[in-house]
Write a protein that binds this ligand. Structure first.
Ligand code: FES
Length: 114
């Protein structure tokens, strides 16, 4: 069973950027990324479906130049922020693994998946 986690305040992630967190999921440490778009947040495992590598090449550098898509640094796949679907690159049609999060009273927290 997955535990809920309080990750940070919404203000800690600036609009159009992302931040990573190392958390425990099902008994092992995993890195997740949280992307902020306006007052919405979207969470995914930091794991590319193409080869299973981390998406960022510099810490917390997950988005394209315009801040509209998530990019995998290894082979340049692009993923939609809202649903994690790969729209270009070697894993087109695949998806990032979701890590459900919500904002409550200005605080970002994970939502239990079970
Ligand atoms: S490992 Fe991400 S696109 Fe190849």
């Amino acid at each position: 069973m997955s535990k809920d986690h309080i990750l940070c305040d919404l203000e800690d992630i600036s609009e159009g950027s992302a931040k990573s967190f190392l958390i425990e999921i099902d008994g092992s440490k995993k890195e997740v990324l949280i992307v902020r778009k306006a007052d919405q947040v979207f969470g995914y495992l930091n794991w590319c479906p193409h080869r299973g590598t981390p998406l960022d090449w510099l810490k917390d550098n997950f988005l394209d130049r315009d801040g509209h898509l998530i990019v995998c640094a290894t082979h340049g796949a692009y993923f939609q922020i809202e649903d994690g679907k790969c729209v270009a690159g070697p894993c087109a049609g695949d998806r990032l693994r979701p890590y459900p999060v919500e904002v409550t009273n200005g605080v970002i927290r994970s939502i239990s998946r079970f």
